[in-house]
Write a protein of this length. Structure first.
Length: 155
């Protein structure tokens, strides 16, 4: 059976405010997630993530922000067709939950709604596999990048 949800937990060596900035500000998102980003970072804001593959081939993914609760929670729907509104039938929901742990941040990622997509079982299974592997790579990049953005206060 196709999983409906992908979940990951990672501990990032940076405080929640730093991780929040890295998750929500385009100049940071370009450093660990995508090649180009446009993002209206507010509830209901729209945006796109663009990946450039093989030099010229571009993959553009539309997204719509569902909820921002600085610096604890960020969610968006994505992968819906350009020009359409996101629904639970054409877009999955990605949620980032940030929890402080000492001077670090526990980040919980969940991408859900895979089985609700109007796609064949094979397409849903392929999506789940690609995104499961993709989140492992992307979150490793995030965990490596975010600490470099944490600046110790000057005495």
């Amino acid at each position: 059976m196709v999983p409906d949800r992908i979940e990951r937990d990672i501990l990032i060596d940076a405080p929640p405010e730093v991780v929040w900035s890295v998750l929500t500000e385009p100049e940071h998102i370009n450093s660990w997630f995508t090649d180009a980003v446009e993002l209206d970072a507010r509830d209901g804001g729209a945006g796109t993530f663009t990946w450039i593959q093989g030099g010229a081939e571009r993959q553009v993914v539309a997204l719509r922000i569902e909820r921002l609760d600085r610096p604890r929670f960020f969610s968006f729907r994505w992968n819906f067709p350009q020009g359409q509104e996101p629904t639970d039938r054409n877009a999955t929901l990605v949620e980032f939950t940030l929890t402080p742990e000492g001077g670090q941040t526990r980040l919980h990622l969940a991408e859900s709604g895979i089985r609700m997509l109007d796609r064949s079982d094979d397409q849903q299974a392929s999506y789940a596999d690609e995104h499961s592997n993709g989140w492992d790579v992307i979150l490793a990049r995030l965990a490596g990048y975010a600490p470099s953005q944490h600046r110790a206060p000057t005495p």
